[in-house]
Design a protein around this ligand. Structure first.
Ligand code: SAH
Ligand code: SF4
Ligand code: F3S
Length: 479
């Protein structure tokens, strides 16, 4: 394409979204078709997720755009276009990306036509982008978390201009609706209900890289859920950094509980999950809706972070140990079959042996079904990074191992409690280790293995749990 033609295409682009991106998807498609005619094979694109469920959902949108633009999706990094959707919540997430980039560089040396792109949370940190620009010069395209909807436009520009394109936004107050998404599973899907976070927990980088809290309009959410149901989805996972504060900043405020009630009315949706609930504003209304609505899964992920009230205060979590314990007791009293899971950080600055024992105490009292345990990771720019008394690595490691052992012991005990019961499982896939068996997920998020084949995938099946194997059950099917 000559410069004149390129200039005309840019000038003719509609200013409004999503029309502008539809236009660039079509333009990109022409380039992709032309290239695949030349090479005599379809062009492939690989999107890899490094982060949380929200990151994974973004990857589905990115892949949706690429497929609409004519690329063939591939799991392999030996593709014509490779996009890493990065995470920066802990340093090991960043290190994984740098490690993989070395491998991508080798692939690009063998296939110089390959295009390498980076997006996601890590790219919202100026020091990271600077490092990539100077030390990873083979990266062709860099964008952030606020403009993922622009992928078609940015990639089109990169191909036409032939040099690196970098586009990072500091923030946004916009939500662009109605772009394609390529779902990973036909029968279940994540649904964003809000973006960003306003909580500024003192250790956490998410509010800096994901921007301020924005809730989606409830009508847009319902429309999306209805479309998913019509397309065969039976389970939705509502996504937000703190779903309990959903809707508070909308022009017509709506509570999360009332949104749940409306989603439960959508025909075809059999199961509703959500992630994540901040304990500080989990309402009685929400507990009531969960108790009364059988479609809402009996599972609550309620991050504790620390059991020490002193540390919780330094973390800016806005609840203390007693309030957290009282909340879990209230939830268990209202919904006796609820499964509670959590996130815990070990080694926050200033954490003493006594503080750590408080965390162990909460773990023993709540008896979580499972817990994600993390070693504190210093994130530049967060208040905790500047705190005195960073705990020595060897001390943290010993505490971490003690916590993990306790969590695993309790979780193996908790996972025996439903043996003998009949429960509903959503068949999610065939069991790669045992032919003739499939893997299903119970409402409480625990997995169960039972006889079946690929034709069962996506179905809700009645299963009698016959045996506990630590973190999962074995079962026989009754339907
Ligand atoms: N919004 C969610 C959490 C998102 S991040 C919530 O508030 O629950 C997922 C988890 O990563 C957090 O719950 C926390 O346990 C962990 N995490 C966040 N920042 C961290 C850090 N700097 N070091 C170690 N773990 C961290
Ligand atoms: Fe991070 Fe806290 Fe926001 Fe969760 S609620 S994303 S831990 S700042
Ligand atoms: Fe990571 Fe960003 Fe999620 S930092 S945990 S991918 S919001």
């Amino acid at each position: 394409m000559n410069n004149q033609e390129y200039g005309r295409i840019l000038r003719d682009a509609p200013a409004e979204e999503p029309a502008r991106q539809q236009y660039f998807m079509n333009q990109l498609k022409q380039l992709v078709e032309e290239k695949s005619r030349k090479t005599g094979r379809p062009l492939t694109a690989c999107v890899q997720t490094f982060g949380c469920q929200m990151n994974a959902k973004d990857s589905e949108k990115l892949l949706g755009i690429l497929e609409r633009a004519g690329f063939q999706a591939s799991e392999s990094e030996q593709s014509d276009f490779v996009l890493y959707n990065t995470c920066t919540v802990r340093d090991n997430a960043n290190q994984r990306v740098y490690g993989r980039l070395g491998y991508l560089h080798n692939l690009k040396n063998k296939n110089p036509g390959m295009i390498i792109a980076l997006c996601g949370c890590m790219m919202q940190e100026p020091s990271v982008v600077e490092k990539i620009e100077t030390s990873y010069r083979f990266v062709d395209l860099i964008f952030g978390t606020h403009n993922i909807f622009k992928l078609a436009e940015l990639l089109f520009m990169q191909i036409c201009e032939g040099h690196r394109v970098v586009d990072i936004w500091k923030g946004t107050d916009k939500i662009v609706e109605e772009l394609p998404a390529q779902r990973k599973y036909p029968f279940k899907s994540g649904v964003n209900i809000m973006y960003g976070c306003n909580n500024f927990c003192s250790y956490c980088i998410v509010p800096y890289v994901r921007g301020r809290e924005r809730s989606r309009d409830p009508e847009d959410i319902i429309k999306e859920v209805e479309a998913l149901a019509a397309d065969g989805v039976v389970e939705v996972m509502l996504l937000g950094q703190n779903v309990n504060s959903y809707g508070k900043t909308l022009a017509h405020p709506v509570s999360f509980a009332s949104l749940l009630r409306r989603i439960a009315e959508v025909k075809g949706i059999e199961r509703i999950r959500f992630m994540t609930s901040h304990p500080k504003d989990l309402s009685d209304e929400l507990i009531g809706v969960m108790r009364d609505c059988p479609k809402i899964c009996r599972h609550l992920h309620l991050p504790l972070q620390s059991g020490s009230s002193r540390i919780l205060k330094l973390m800016n979590r806005v609840y203390d140990k007693e309030q957290y314990l009282a909340l879990t007791e209230k939830i268990k009293a209202e919904i006796p079959d609820i499964s509670l899971t959590t996130d815990i950080i070990v080694g926050f600055p200033g954490e003493t042996e006594e503080d750590f024992e408080e965390t162990m105490d909460v773990v023993r009292r709540v008896r979580y079904d499972s817990a994600f345990t993390f070693i504190y990771s210093k994130r530049t720019g967060t208040p905790a990074a500047a705190m005195a008394d960073q705990v020595p690595e060897d001390v943290v490691k010993v505490r971490f191992d003690r916590l993990l052992k306790e969590v695993q012991k309790i979780s193996a005990e908790v996972c025996t409690k439903d043996v003998g019961k009949t429960m509903t499982a959503l068949a999610e896939g065939t069991d790669s280790h045992e032919p003739g068996m499939i893997t299903g997920r119970l409402g409480n998020n625990i997995m169960v293995h039972f006889p079946g084949d690929a034709s069962d995938i996506g179905k809700l099946i009645q299963v009698k749990l016959t045996e506990s194997r630590g973190f999962y059950y074995m079962g026989v099917r009754l339907s």
